[in-house]
Ligand binder design. Sequence first.
Ligand code: TMP
Ligand code: ASP
Length: 235
Amino acid sequence: MELLYEGKAKKIYKTDNPNEVICEFKDSLTAFNGEKVDKESGKGELNCEITTLIFQALEKEGIPTHLIKQIDKNKQLVKKVDIIPIEVVVRNIAAGSLCKRLGLKEGEKLKFPIVEFYYKNDELNDPLINDDHAMILNLVDNKKELETLREYGRKVNEFLINFFDKVGLILVDFKIEFGKDKDGNIILADEITPDSCRLWDKKTGKKMDKDLFRFNLGDIKEAYKEVLKRLKDAK
Ligand code: TMP
Ligand code: ASP
């Protein structure tokens, strides 16, 4: 297969169809913009399956995604999109960079879910940006597209809060990415996994996401396996 692109967590391969590509989930683990690096064999498969489950559920809710189908344990056939270089972060509970930036205490419930935009740019360390920044950098074509990203972010959040709650997990925050398909439609792309979400166990408060790796708090594979198991059992 011809490799089109390789990122920190995924590889994208060409297919015979110019509108479709194959997305492979890698076993590599990185944090703090690639400063901390490791590998966890089998993580790619877990994240691929988790994303497939969630994207299929979101499609049913009317949120368009790039997923066509899962074709291997760690591979999905997806629509080819031009990724919009904005990371859309939605937060329900204070954690991570929000605590650092605003001095909030980890675990504080926010008055309402907040949506933030980060400029997807490794050299600049993915800075937090506002709408004006996104416009002057031409990250989107118009302000309406930013509104679309925000609305999808909120919708995905509303759905996922409940989706995870049903399996005993608290959705603290998450990051999603969008792309434009061949017709210019904005659709959800990339992944939704414990790499890109903060998930806390409802009963014990234990972290079940990449913070385990970021801060050496425990075995990520066991946690990711447990997340997948709960989602599968609930299906
Ligand atoms: P943050 O608190 O570090 O800004 O992260 C917010 C959420 O976004 C958290 O669920 C982890 C996720 N995230 C990514 O998926 N990729 C990233 O590069 C960063 C910084 C955060
Ligand atoms: N995803 C980023 C990295 O791979 C940062 C993070 O998730 O902490 O470095």
